[in-house]
Design a protein around this ligand. Structure first.
Ligand code: PMP
Length: 289
């Protein structure tokens, strides 16, 4: 069975560059038991990391929401990420910064545990080409209220309902699952935000109980720059069949058309195509952020 462990190259770990196979943690690592870590997912295009500073700021904000502080500031993380790309000779890559609590003590509280930080990066080309659209099913799980979980943090412990939803979706022949929130409004997919277009207007749920994605914010800006009206509002699942087009956004997913939600089919329409093209132009033409 192939494994990411078998890759070769350098990983930045706690301020040093270590060989890929040496980037290891102990079995009694706090975060492995209690999900007390945070992470990021970011992409490099032509050697440049799109919105790098925003990602590393969000890593800090996520840590703060989980009651801890990273021992490296945003500039240090930026420098580490750029040096990592160079050392690994990567141009088009996915980067995974992660911060976790060590094995100093094993109890629910994390305050006595050292905070570790690492960044891994590996080649991952853009998957715009040849895409035929995502097929989504409804998730059985809901995004919780902001006082039930630190919903705005990109925190690893929070992904368990996403994992369960996506496992079921894949078992049933779908690509991903679409989740409602605790009020029954459309929320997001397991690792991407959602947009819908009807009569040329773009709708997206208000990010008040799920991750306000960096790609989501970028696409809203791009749409506004191209005179496409964007309405952020609560969206009921009953409204989905009346939409002309649907797409999802994320640093990994980029802008991906959705062609099926449960039994409802959608074409890949002009708004989706425009947003895909504009996003592609922006990420490949941008500078380290
Ligand atoms: N929601 C969730 C749950 C995610 O994991 C992601 C991916 N980070 C997103 C939305 C999209 O966020 P971004 O555009 O910042 O990658």
């Amino acid at each position: 069975m192939s494994s990411l462990e078998q890759k070769e190259g350098w990983i930045w770990m706690n301020g040093e560059f270590v060989e890929w196979h040496d980037a290891r943690i102990h079995i009694l690592t706090h975060t492995l038991h209690y999900g007390s870590g945070v992470f990021e997912g970011e992409r490099a295009y032509n050697g440049r990391i799109f919105k790098m500073t925003e990602h590393h700021q969000r890593l800090h904000e996520s840590a703060a929401m989980l009651d801890f502080t990273l021992p490296y500031n945003v500039d240090e993380l930026n420098e580490a990420a750029m040096e990592l790309l160079k050392r690994n000779n990567l141009q088009n890559a996915y980067l995974r910064p992660v911060a976790w609590h060590g094995a100093e003590s094993l109890g629910v509280a994390s305050g006595k545990n050292k905070v570790h930080v690492a960044i891994a990066a590996w080649e991952w080309g853009s998957y715009f080409a040849g895409n035929t659209g995502l097929k989504l099913m409804w998730s059985d799980w809901m995004r919780p209220a902001p006082n039930m979980s630190p919903v705005r943090a990109k925190a690893n412990g929070q992904y368990i309902t996403g994992t369960l939803s996506k496992n079921k979706a894949e078992r049933m022949g779908f690509h991903d699952a679409l989740m409602l929130d605790y009020r029954g409004y459309v929320a997001e997919c397991t690792g991407a935000n959602i947009f819908m277009a009807r009569n040329g207007i773009l709708y997206t749920p208000i990010a008040d109980c799920f991750l306000n994605g960096i790609t989501r914010k970028t696409v809203i800006e791009l749409a506004c720059n191209h005179n496409i009206t964007v309405e952020e509002r609560h969206i009921l699942p009953d409204e989905i069949p009346s939409m002309d087009e649907i797409f999802v956004t994320g640093s990994a997913a980029e802008v991906q058309p959705v062609t099926l939600i449960a039994e409802h089919e959608f074409p890949i329409g002009p708004v989706t195509t425009k947003m895909q093209e504009e996003y592609h132009k922006l990420v490949t033409g941008g500078i380290n952020g």
